[in-house]
Design a protein around this ligand. Structure first.
Ligand SMILES: Nc1ncnc2c1ncn2[C@@H]1O[C@H](COP(=O)(O)OP(=O)(O)O)[C@@H](O)[C@H]1O
Ligand SMILES: [Mg+2]
Ligand SMILES: [Zn+2]
Length: 559
């Protein structure tokens, strides 16, 4: 029958136990000097060697020829304990035997001296699972243990033990095992099994094991079932991971705000059956590493990666900046929470990358800080062209032309030719071309040629007339300006919706009527979208930028 690697390779001596030097040194010392306790408590995460050490200790106290505190594993007693023919060592799994009964039996049994060895050893695994009654029964025995009895209690949840038990035990804490040590043990076991594992693959497995050697060996087992030679690809395929490269790539897409590429990548991963929740969790872990790399110079063991990976990640971390990294983590943590709630995984992931690729879709504080940081960087680097500011989210405002200078302000409602040129808008399409046929006026001509246009100074009177004759229309036009250009009346309007309304429902006729009433003349009319930098109004960053120019901050245009 196939024996799982982690069981097959359970260390049989303290010297063989990885990463628990403090514990094993102390135990060996007690064994060598003969100063044994009657009750030991082994605590710590699962898969770190508690049961293993309990078994070794049980053998070591009875071994006929202990070697430097380790059991010899060869004498009759060691072998008898191993194959279960010597009954002096009893293992109770409280998780399955949580009965008061086994502890009561134990109370009766302890009175008998050991049959073959020196000590009767009781290993009570997962001791926190004992019922209150069983704890009390155990306590009675622990209070006055016979000289030939040793208890070894093991638990992952020491806080669940009553203080009365804790106070009677010598406690040993089993820490998480460092990835390097897990990797070393994985490599050792693999070699013994006739497998090859590349160093980076071993390291990846170790990282995935998250401090538990048992998990590291189980993962190795899974890899071994598909390949004799185990490399990064084997590990990522077996574990369904996206892998470091993919995560770096995804992060790059976000940094470049390249939503199509990010979505394509998510699509590829989705198609290759990667679990979106896992991907999200992996990504958060990856970003956590970037965060650490960005904040700490000597990361030591805070970030586990090969030197190559570390270099690449450090560069990426610097490029992104801390605010961006934190923002990404925040978004993805939220996504992770929702993924756990069973939403559509792919959609949720796509939403996340979109939100990340366009911070303006996100009004959280983190997002805003990220945007400010981007701006600060741009100013620092002397690169603040309008084109570096992403276009505003409302699609109806066309982007500035490259190199266009947003100089117009609300106090200067009449656009210069240059401004109008810089912002061609659909509204400059002559109204004559619209179905209701307002006459055509040509759009202002090219830069430098003075257009023949002047303010239409009776506009206030027209508005006043409208205030009486047609209040709704007045409401629409209040605050607008008008100018005369080559005999046409050009109304400058900011709001494109308003411009639309003006063409509908008899409004144009009402307006023409009012103009005729005031001036005694009929003018051809046209609409012009007033020069408006929508961005400064909507976008605090762009506004800041414009203010920066006004304040004489030197900003180099990119072009
Ligand atoms: N510190 C360690 N050194 C070497 N192998 C270990 C270590 N910890 C765990 N293992 C491996 O994991 C398996 C399970 O370990 P175990 O001692 O039962 O963990 P725990 O009791 O702490 O949950 C062992 O059989 C062994 O293969
Ligand atoms: Mg255990
Ligand atoms: Zn022995």
């Amino acid at each position: 029958m196939y024996q799982a690697l982690y069981r097959k390779w359970r260390p049989r001596t303290f010297s063989d136990v990885s990463g628990q030097e403090t514990v094993t040194a102390a135990l060996k010392n007690e064994l060598k000097t003969g100063r044994l306790s009657h009750a030991y408590l082994f605590t710590g995460c699962r898969g770190t060697g508690k049961t293993t050490c309990a078994k070794i200790l049980a053998k070591a106290v009875n071994c006929a020829h202990p070697v430097d505190g380790d059991p010899c594993n060869e004498c009759a007693i060691c072998r008898g304990i191993d194959d279960g023919t010597i009954l002096d060592v009893t293992e109770i799994d409280a998780a399955s035997n949580n009965g008061v009964d086994s502890i009561r039996d134990l109370r009766d049994e302890v009175a008998f001296t050991p049959v073959s060895g020196t000590y009767r050893v009781y290993i009570i695994d997962e001791v926190h699972m004992l019922s209150a009654g069983a704890f009390n029964a155990l306590l009675k025995t622990l209070e006055e243990p016979p000289a030939h009895v040793i208890f070894i209690l093991a638990t992952t949840e020491v806080h669940k033990l009553p203080a009365t038990i804790l106070s009677r035990c010598q406690r040993f804490d089993f820490g998480r095992i460092r990835p390097e040590e897990i990797a070393a043990r994985i490599t050792y076991v693999a070699t013994e099994e006739g497998l090859t594992v590349t160093p980076d693959a071993a390291m990846l497995l170790a990282r995935l094991a998250d401090g538990a050697l048992r998990d590291g060996l189980s993962l190795l087992d899974q890899c071994a079932s598909v390949a004799q030679h185990i490399d990064m690809d084997t590990v990522t395929a077996v574990t369904g991971m996206a892998g470091q490269d993919t995560l770096a790539q995804l992060t790059d897409c976000v940094a470049a705000q390249d939503a199509p590429a990010a979505l394509a990548l998510v699509d590829t991963l989705y198609r290759s059956a990667k679990d979106m929740e896992r991907l999200c969790a992996e990504w958060v872990t990856y970003l956590r590493n970037l965060m650490v790399l960005n904040s700490v110079t000597d990361v030591g063991e805070l970030v586990v990666a090969t030197p190559d990976e570390l270099g690449a990640m450090r560069a990426q971390a610097q490029k992104l900046g801390l605010a961006t990294i934190l923002h990404m983590m925040e978004v993805l943590q939220g996504t992770l929470d929702r993924l756990k709630g069973g939403v559509s995984r792919r959609v949720e992931m796509e939403m996340a990358v979109l939100r990340l690729c366009d911070p303006r879709l996100d009004d959280t504080k983190a997002a805003l800080i990220h945007r400010i940081e981007t701006l600060e960087n741009a100013i620092k680097n002397g690169v603040v062209a309008p084109s570096t500011i992403p276009p505003v989210a409302c699609g109806d405002i066309p982007p500035l032309h490259k190199g266009g200078t947003p100089t117009a302000s609300a106090t200067n409602p009449i656009p210069t030719a240059a401004e109008s040129e810089a912002i061609p808008t659909p509204m400059e399409a002559p109204l004559a071309e619209t179905p209701n046929g307002m006459p055509v006026i040509p759009a202002p001509t090219a830069v430098g040629i003075e257009p023949i246009e002047k303010t239409f100074d009776r506009w206030a009177e027209v508005l006043d007339h409208l205030r009486q004759s047609c209040p709704p229309l007045f409401g629409m036009l209040d605050g607008t300006t008008a100018l005369l250009k080559e005999g046409s009346l050009v109304i400058c309007i900011e709001n494109p919706l308003l411009a639309q309304l003006l063409k509908e429902g008899g409004n144009k006729e009402q307006l023409q009527n009012a103009i005729r009433q005031v001036t005694g003349q009929t003018y051809p009319m046209a609409l012009r979208r007033k020069q408006q930098i929508k961005k400064p109004e909507n976008d605090p960053l762009a506004q800041l930028l414009t203010a920066g120019r006004g304040m004489g901050i030197e900003v180099n245009e990119k072009e």
